[in-house]
Design a protein around this ligand. Sequence first.
Ligand code: NAP
Length: 317
Amino acid sequence: MYKAIVIGTGPAGLTAAIYLARANLNPLVIEGLQPGGQLTTTTEVENFPGFPEGILGPELMENMRKQATRFGAEFRNGWVESVDFSARPFRLTLEGKVVLEAETVIISTGASARYLGIPGEKENVGRGVSTCATCDGFFFRGKKIIVIGGGDSAMEEASFLTRFASDVTLVHRRDELRASKIMQDRARENPKISWALNRTPLEVAVTETGVKGLQVRNNETGAEELVEADGVFVAIGHTPNTAFLGGQITTDANGYIVVNPGTTETNIPGVFACGDVQDTRYRQAISAAGSGCMAAMDAEKYLEGSMVHDWSETLDK
Ligand code: NAP
């Protein structure tokens, strides 16, 4: 049995692992399908303090992993299929039906890219439709690309993709962008980016050989239009990875874990959540790392028996 199991290896999970390992709690860290989390699909991270020249996302995550290993964290590849938080110790079932037991569990499973749910989208992932510019941009050298979305992710993906594409069209359903000013300015100053605002995506249009563009509705005129492109990148945000919890942890309507404000406590004492899986507001690598530290310290206090507050009743209300 483990004193602490951490599920997920983004900045939140790895920071929790570093703190737990340094507290001699020998955590087991479960790495899922995307070790390192979302930062492994970004390029340069410019806003993580301590790296004045920036650092590559995968390198930052590799460094965090090394740091956790150095202090005794154990890593295991696997996919948590289900959990049983109804009795102590907690039980986690991995695919292959391996059962692991732990006194405390830290959930840091992050969030996954969202899709629009329009025709032609899911069935063409890997054949012209993508949610990861860093992974797939290279395949579109000299081609036309569409990026869908109006947030920071869309701005970042569009700017990044101009390294490969002949031109990038940013399609957004409103005429106002949600992205931060600095990211907007950067994209607006990029001569390779053109804008198709106030357009609702309707369908990814394909031919026998691949994607030919995006069918959209012009919300000003109501008319349908085809925005031509060889590739479509969907950058409309993320969904929290909480399905495996089977409803045992309180979540909000969108599936994000509800924690007691100012802590990482979930409705089950001894189970803590950190990072994007519980964060609808900040969703930054540094805030995820900070909450990972909090989760480890909360777990440590719980194991010592010195956790003062049990907020489960508050959360249940
Ligand atoms: P987001 O801020 O939630 O933006 C999602 C965008 O997709 C919005 O513009 C939204 O449109 C659009 N959208 C959502 N559902 C749609 C649908 N069904 N059809 C058409 N459009 C749809 O998500 P995000 O850009 O991934 O950013 C998430 C967080 O990460 C933010 O806090 C952001 O600041 C942060 N982030 C930071 C960086 C950075 O600093 N380097 C990079 C990436 C992300 P509406 O605007 O109309 O709702």
